[in-house]
Write a protein that binds this ligand. Structure first.
Ligand SMILES: Cc1cc2nc3c(=O)[nH]c(=O)nc-3n(C[C@H](O)[C@H](O)[C@H](O)COP(=O)(O)OP(=O)(O)OC[C@H]3O[C@@H](n4cnc5c(N)ncnc54)[C@H](O)[C@@H]3O)c2cc1C
Length: 264
């Protein structure tokens, strides 16, 4: 277990109430390329009797979809809500198309009209209250969460984003509210392994963080998340001001419940 994971961090106050999760049917409307590495899935979010929504969620929360595994059993994979249109009941996901796992196979077979079961909203990390600087560290798989929480930063605040992506072909827009300062810094990994944290740690070293007024959200590959969270503690950011969540782990599938193995 990493130093960052060894103690449960005290939880900072959240700016949004968390809604109890419910069961849904996710009916695919379209599957299309968003960037070379990321696929946009649009799907109707239906209640058990087939009617749309209403669906409420806090920025950064996700849906857990049930997908078939080769063994014939069902496994969970979690995808952050990248948008939801109340009028049409259509939810948007941004999914990294990689490998041959249950999530990748769902994308590859993503015919319109296909239905899978989902539970949501899930996840406890949303906009933290009580600070004006919100620091995000994320990759392609967690960009939806970064976008959603950054968009919720209130007027007068600052969204500082370290986006660790393969290259400029993976850039996506982030929109923040009026009177919110956005400082978006791309960290290009090129051919370096995704699980090597050096480039992200270098980018963190270059920041001049007002640590008493900052909350950090750290998402992405498990080794990078653990190393970045440790580095932020070393930069004197209080553990209660770091929301760290591994999304996936290089070289190893996520567990059946949808989480990567945290033992590094
Ligand atoms: C709270 C939460 C929210 C999440 N939100 C999103 C989201 O919005 N979008 C999204 O794409 N994913 C998201 N994920 C990750 C997602 O749930 C799956 O882990 C991911 O899609 C891979 O699932 P899979 O079944 O295709 O591959 P798995 O069966 O988990 O893994 C198969 C292989 O693919 C590799 N792999 C998995 N993910 C990646 C990757 N991103 N890049 C390179 N290699 C990879 C693994 O190392 C493994 O070798 C989230 C995870 C969590 C915990």
């Amino acid at each position: 277990m990493s130093a960052a994971d060894s103690q449960p961090a005290p939880v900072a106050p959240s700016a949004f109430p968390l809604v109890d999760p419910a069961r849904w049917l996710l009916e695919v409307v379209s599957v299309a390329s968003l960037t070379p590495g990321v696929t946009r899935v649009r799907a109707h979010l239906l209640t058990a009797n087939g009617t749309p929504g209403p669906f409420a969620y806090a920025p950064g929360q996700d849906l857990t979809v049930s997908l078939p595994a080769p063994s014939g059993s069902t496994v969970s994979r979690r995808y952050t809500v990248d948008g939801y249109d109340v009028a049409s009941g259509v939810v948007e996901l941004a999914v990294v198309a990689h490998g041959d796992g249950p999530g990748a196979r769902w994308l590859a077979a993503g015919t319109a009209g296909r239905r899978v079961e989902a539970v949501g909203p899930r996840g406890k990390i949303t906009l933290a209250a009580g600070v004006s600087t919100h620091l995000f560290v994320g990759d392609e798989a967690s960009f939806a969460a970064v976008r959603a929480i950054a968009a919720a930063v209130p007027a007068g605040g600052r969204a500082l984003v370290l986006a660790d992506v393969a290259g400029s072909h993976e850039h996506r827009a982030i929109t923040v509210g009026d009177d919110v300062a956005l400082d978006l810094r791309w960290v290009h990994r090129g051919d370096a392994p995704a699980e090597s944290p050096a480039r992200v740690l270098d980018a963190l070293d270059e920041l001049d963080l007002p640590v008493a007024d900052t909350h950090a959200y750290v998402f992405g590959e498990a080794h990078v998340v653990a190393a970045a969270a440790r580095a932020l503690v070393a930069h004197r950011l209080d553990a209660s001001r770091i929301s760290a969540k591994p999304y996936w782990r290089a070289g190893r599938p996520n567990a059946d419940r949808g989480e990567p193995d945290r033992e590094l």
